[in-house]
Write a protein of this length. Structure first.
Length: 456
């Protein structure tokens, strides 16, 4: 179980004519230059990107922590009052609307002011969590409805945050920035899950109230960051007109046909979603069965999971640009080797160590994933391509969870887990073998420099 995570503006986030801009607008020359801009050229202080990354990281961490605490308290309360089947229905209500809306969220992030979208997403989530606080004890289906609305609101945050990040960080600093934001996952796996477990054992309603407070606090760093100009935002081409919304919704898919590197990240994400959708089920089943463990062993595995992901993101930030693609493929291969080996051991300590190696490789993938995905993607469709990646991965993970439930009826956990590890090794090897050589050659320059915007 893990967290899911203006008025109006004109196309590309530009304020509509005749209205004052809602936030400070780009003043840096890079916002008006094309590919002739010198990489790393900056008029702003170097401290601005660092403080901006910190604010976006803090907002992400608070929101992720809120979601962890909220989900754990909700699930515990549902299981106290109802059956696992009811919990499954609640989870469907909480996730299906979000999956359906992800593509729209990416389009909105490309079309409107990302600062308004990000702040609006956080405020809407806070309202929904506070609604869950009010009805948790005596209105499970109303609570489930608020849960679904919270997930729906949360879909705006990832693409809006990504566009916001790229608007305040120079191109050469984006791999490091992506790696730092990638550490949120590991940090909140440790902190959020632990906090949620402790608070929910005391009072699910009290834990839900804490989740609401964390979500409200997540708005604060964004309000502070909104005062900072989008110095590196791509300008809207003169005379550009908004396309029909239906056409814009499919632009992220259409543009991938001409971007082999981004397309390869999407397909390997779909493939891993199919394999890794049952990660939590396999981990819990193996820990309590073959490792003869209790909640303590499972808790130790999740702590190692979070710590290892953090370590992986730190290592990824130190990988040279020219080695990004080889490291990305190698991480998938190493992840599979460690994950498969995990199901061959019977001692908890060895299993925890192997899971740490596996999740460190996952941390490298998490940190490099967004950088590799968006390296060759035009700024005008980054939000939509991000949402395509998220939607396809998440949808396949949900489908695979149902498939694995059936597979575990006819096979044992050890066999299934070992097969998923082998599959990860094969996927990493195929991705490296089928990589586009031209995209590989251009990748370092594409990441380090601002590219000429292209239409979808």
């Amino acid at each position: 179980m893990g967290p899911r995570q203006a008025h109006s503006a004109g196309p590309g986030g530009a304020p509509r004519a005749g209205r004052p801009p809602p936030f400070p607008q780009p003043r840096h020359p890079a916002a008006r230059q094309r590919s002739g801009a010198a990489p790393g050229a900056s008029v702003t202080s170097p401290s601005v990107p660092r403080s901006s990354i910190t604010r976006l990281w803090t907002a992400s961490a608070l929101s992720s922590g809120s979601t962890w605490v909220m989900q754990i308290s909700l699930f515990i309360q549902v299981l106290r009052d109802s059956s696992p089947a009811t919990l499954a229905a609640v989870e469907l209500i909480g996730t299906v609307p979000a999956l359906a809306f992800m593509m729209v969220a990416g389009t909105l992030a490309d079309r409107f002011d990302v600062r308004r979208l990000a702040i609006g997403s956080m405020v809407a989530q806070a309202v929904c969590v506070l609604g869950m606080v009010l009805f948790l004890d005596n209105g499970i289906w109303i609570t489930a409805a608020f849960y679904g609305l919270q997930g729906l609101s949360n879909t705006l945050w990832p693409p809006a945050r990504q566009q916001w990040l790229y608007g305040v960080v120079p191109p050469a600093g984006r791999p490091t920035a992506n790696a730092r934001l990638g550490s949120v996952s590991g940090t909140m796996t440790v902190v959020g899950a632990s906090l949620g477990g402790v608070l929910s054992s005391w009072s699910p309603t009290g834990a839900m109230a804490v989740a609401g407070a964390l979500q409200v606090l997540a708005v604060v760093p964004l309000l502070l960051q909104a005062k900072v100009p989008l110095a590196y935002a791509e300008p809207v081409p003169e005379g550009a007109h908004a396309e029909p919304l239906r056409k814009e919704l499919t632009a992220g898919v259409r543009v991938l046909r001409d971007l082999p590197l981004a397309r390869s990240v999407v397909w390997i994400g779909i493939a891993w979603g199919c394999i890794g959708g049952a990660y939590d089920v396999l981990l819990a089943a193996y820990a309590t069965g073959y490792l003869a463990g209790s909640g303590t062993v499972l808790g130790a595995l999740y702590v190692m999971d979070g710590v290892a992901v953090i370590l992986g993101t730190v290592l990824a930030a130190r990988i040279a640009l020219r080695h990004h693609l080889s490291a990305y493929a190698a991480a998938y291969i190493f992840q599979g080797l460690a994950w498969g080996s995990f199901f061959l051991v019977g001692h908890p300590v060895v299993a925890i160590a192997l899971l740490g190696l596996m999740r460190a490789a996952s941390g490298i993938i998490i940190a490099l994933d967004t950088t590799v995905l968006l390296a060759t993607v035009p700024a005008s469709v980054r939000g939509r391509v991000t949402s395509v990646h998220m939607t396809t991965y998440s949808a396949m993970a949900r489908i695979s969870l149902a498939l694995f439930a059936g597979l575990l009826i006819v096979s044992d956990v050890r066999t299934v887990g070992l097969c998923t590890g082998v599959a990860s090794v094969v996927l990493g090897a195929i991705w490296w073998w089928r990589r586009d050589r031209e995209a590989e050659r251009l990748y370092p320059a594409a990441v380090a420099e601002e590219r000429e915007p292209a239409s979808a």
